[in-house]
Write a protein that binds this ligand. Structure first.
Ligand SMILES: C[S@@+](CC[C@H](N)C(=O)[O-])C[C@H]1O[C@@H](n2cnc3c(N)ncnc32)[C@H](O)[C@@H]1O
Length: 400
């Protein structure tokens, strides 16, 4: 047994001669070797069975089920292999786009530079177990559940809950358990309290808004001055250290717009259903007042820097704008601050300072949006040759 021809035959070449001893329907030594079996005598099996064990399984992207359970054009789609299991509640058009995504399986720093623990006043959270360097990727995760927001809003509760049940039933047990372990009374409440909003472009903007569940990422608590930045690309979420982090610090992201003044931030957080217990919100009143003052100045300078009808700024205004971001601890937003500073120096024809801030912007944007992002690339181009940039000297000319 074990002639090479027999192995060849099992790879689907039906025109070959049957094996002399037990015909086509057997596994012999060589084929057994391919699939890791140690056989002395042939084992008879159907060609179907043999194909299944000899040929590699179809890729995860081919293993989608659905549309099922459709209600007004929104259906359930699921894949138990992709990313360890994912369910979608969306339209067939949006599902097709999600299916084309290269959803990343679990990744990030290993071993994880953090542990889970109860954090006073916040429930569970993540804490650094070693010092973490700015720019380190902490976790990448693919979504467990993606749901079209408009559908969830429009449906009656009973319909919505039936769809949730169907979506949950199609997840492998481990993925379902991780989803259900999130904070919240029921599936709807868990989605509300833990999901991330993102937009699926390419199937009309009207119903592009979706919510995605990433149970591991939902363990990050909120902080108004977060040390962790996140971005969602093609349904994969990436969390990155926004600054150097010391061992023992809590790792936190922001759930809301961190440029809002403290009162409005607190109101938004209350709409999420909790009182913010972050250091800034719980800190001394004078720090909140100083922070609000910086935020107002940032807003004013932003409007001035964006004003191209009249010149209300000097070459240094962009640098002041960036410094305020640093002082305010807006680490996850330094990319856009340095970008504005670099462009403003270019507008005033200051080559050296434009280069300096463009490099800083490129570095920050590589962290915030990814090294290959268009924004990071644009800043690298500006840094290489400010004089060739379309902004070069434009404000200087206007001033004259
Ligand atoms: C996405 S979960 C984060 C993980 C959560 N702490 C847990 O125990 O599962 C969001 C919930 O965590 C709590 N939380 C997050 N950030 C907080 C903060 N800054 N202050 C107080 N509670 C917070 C709130 O109860 C909020 O609804």
């Amino acid at each position: 047994f074990g002639a090479p021809e027999s192995a060849h035959m099992f790879e689907g070449q039906d025109d070959e001669q049957p094996d002399a001893v037990c015909g086509r329907d057997c596994i012999t030594g060589i084929t057994a070797g391919i699939v890791g079996l140690n056989l002395r005598t042939p084992v008879c099996a159907s060609p179907e069975f043999i194909r299944k064990i000899v040929l590699p399984p179809p890729p995860p992207s081919a293993q989608w089920s659905g549309p099922e359970n459709c209600v007004n054009g929104t259906c359930i789609f699921s894949n138990v292999v992709q990313n360890g299991g994912i369910s979608l509640i969306t339209s067939p058009q949006h599902a097709d786009i999600i299916k084309s995504y290269d959803i990343d399986a679990d990744g990030g720093a290993y071993p994880p530079p953090f542990y889970t623990e109860q954090i006073e006043g916040k429930g569970i959270g993540l804490r650094a177990n070693r010092s973490i360097v700015k720019g380190e990727v902490l976790m990448t995760r693919g979504a467990t559940l993606i749901a079209q927001t408009e559908a969830l809003i429009e449906w009656e509760v009973a319909v919505r809950d039936t769809m949730y049940d169907a979506a949950m039933a199609r997840l492998p047990k481990g993925r379902r358990d991780a989803f259900l372990a999130q904070m919240g009374r029921d599936v709807h409440d868990k989605i509300n309290k833990n999901s991330f909003q993102f937009f699926i472009h390419g199937a009309g903007e009207e119903r592009a808004r979706h919510l995605a569940a990433y149970p591991d990422i939902a363990k990050f608590n909120h902080d108004c001055r977060p040390n962790v930045h996140y971005r969602i690309t093609d349904a994969t979420i990436t969390t990155i250290a926004a600054r150097d982090i010391q061992r023992g610090e809590e790792l936190a992201i922001s759930y809301t717009d961190i440029f809002l003044p403290s009162k409005q931030r607190k109101e938004r957080i209350q709409n999420w259903g909790f009182e913010c217990a972050c250091a800034l919100c719980q800190g001394p009143k004078n720090e909140t007042i100083a922070s609000d003052k910086r935020l107002r100045r940032i807003e004013k300078l932003k409007a001035d820097l964006n004003n191209f009808k009249e010149i209300k700024v000097t070459a240094e205004t962009g640098a002041e704008y960036a410094t305020l971001h640093e002082e305010e601890g807006l680490h996850a937003h330094l990319g856009s601050a340095y970008t504005r500073a670099a462009l403003n120096f270019a507008l005033f024809g200051d080559e050296e300072r434009s280069r300096e801030y463009a490099w800083r912007a490129a570095e920050e944007l590589s962290i915030e949006k990814g090294p290959e992002s268009g924004d990071a690339q644009a800043m690298r181009e500006l840094a290489e040759n400010p004089r060739a940039h379309w902004t070069w000297g434009k404000r200087r000319t206007l001033k004259k």
